[in-house]
Design a protein around this ligand. Structure first.
Ligand code: NAP
Ligand code: ZN
Ligand code: ZN
Length: 348
């Protein structure tokens, strides 16, 4: 077994702390990745704080993982020792169901093995994530990272990037599409950059007036404070696609009014309460509400390649693992610019 140093949550309320645990020795199709950086997603916070229900602790969170391949099994042909590699939100799936066969492993009918707070295929071993020094993963669930990029700014692509790229592609965002991005945090800032890179006309909708200049710098063409009446009247009814990244409870019925005729609001944020949705706000203008969950391995690689080709990287604040609780506290105050990323050297 491989001794691994992580930073873990032990219950729903205490600060995270150091936790040594064992990873499996790489099997013949596995790669061992020495982790350099891991992004902090709001889902990490939801999970360890019990927002999505009771959990089994300890949990080492983290699913925006990048690092260098240190060892490969005998049958590995996708990656070699020394290559840069990434791991996103899941580490395995059944590989035989319809969802897995069409490359949508995040919807595996037998249950996806998510990167932490989940089970490996043996149904017993609990997965542990990237707030740690190393990870062992089957090569089919690892991503290739192009050389020469700043790795701290690549890490957030593994969740925030793919989670926003996938619905932008699915709903055919391209030149001139009117896209509204709701919430400027980790996911929101990637949605702005990616939609702008696809040629869309992007409006950022925030609660925080002070984010206006940042929104424009990130690529938004317009900015509105959705809690402000005058701003709201100006933008309602405008959008073909709205990407809703809000992490806290909010009223979906109100935000559907942002859509034009035939528009789609795609929910990627995952709060526990979305209020009430009135029938006529949908049927009166043939609007749709959709959900979206990360993306499959094939699409994640496509997104990484798109970002490398278009110079898209996350805007990050790099921290030590010992600062995770302070980062969580700032995320809860919407004070994130625009992704915290752990330098995993702080765990060695
Ligand atoms: P984040 O960095 O904390 O950003 C969330 C943003 O939401 C905040 O910066 C804020 O933006 C806005 N917000 C927060 N509280 C609000 C409130 N009460 N009312 C209105 N807006 C509010 O979070 P994140 O990492 O981007 O994650 C966002 C959500 O997506 C989380 O629920 C997370 O679990 C979920 N998620 C889903 C997937 C998926 O596959 N579907 C993947 C990853 C994450 P402003 O200051 O601009 O208002
Ligand atoms: Zn995430
Ligand atoms: Zn499957």
């Amino acid at each position: 077994m491989l001794e691994t140093h992580g930073w873990a949550s032990f219950d729903a309320s205490s600060p995270l702390r150091a936790h040594a645990f064992q990873r499996r020795e790489p099997g013949e199709r596995d790669v061992l990745i020495e982790i350099t950086h891991c992004g902090i997603c709001h889902s990490d916070l939801h999970t360890v704080r019990g927002d999505w229900g009771p959990q089994s602790y300890p949990i080492v969170p983290g699913h925006e993982i990048v690092g260098r391949v240190a060892r490969v099994g005998a049958k590995v042909d996708k990656l070699a020792v020394g290559d840069l590699a990434g791991v996103g939100c899941f580490v395995d799936s059944c590989r035989t169901c319809d969802q897995c066969k069409r490359g949508e492993e995040q919807f595996c009918d037998a249950g996806t093995s998510f990167t932490y707070a989940s089970l490996e295929r043996d149904g017993v071993t609990r997965t542990q994530g990237g707030y740690s020094t190393r990870i062992v993963v089957d090569q089919d669930y690892a991503l290739k990272i192009a050389a020469g990029l700043p790795l701290d700014r690549v890490a957030p692509l593994l969740c925030a990037g793919i989670t926003t790229y996938s619905p932008l592609r699915k709903y055919h965002v391209g030149k001139g599409t009117r896209v509204g991005v709701l919430g400027l945090g980790g996911l929101g800032h990637m949605a702005v950059k990616l939609a702008a890179a696809m040629g869309a006309d992007v409006t950022l909708l925030s609660t925080t007036r002070a984010k206006k200049l940042d929104a424009e710098r990130l690529g938004a063409h317009d900015f509105a404070v959705h809690t402000d009446d005058a701003d709201w009247k100006r933008v309602r009814g405008r959008f073909d696609v709205v990407i809703d990244t809000v992490s806290a409870a909010h009223d979906l019925g109100r935000f559907v009014d942002l859509l034009a005729v035939d528009g789609t609001l795609v929910l990627v944020g995952a709060p526990d309460d979305l209020g009430k949705l009135g029938a006529f706000s949908l049927i009166g203008r043939r609007r749709s509400v959709a959900g979206s969950l990360i993306g499959g391995i094939r699409e994640t690689q496509e997104m990484l390649d798109f970002c490398a080709a278009n110079g898209v990287l996350a805007d990050v604040e790099t921290i030590a693992a010992q600062q995770v609780d302070a980062a969580y506290a700032r995320m809860l105050k919407s004070d994130v610019r625009y992704r915290f990323v752990i330098d995993c050297g702080s765990l060695r």
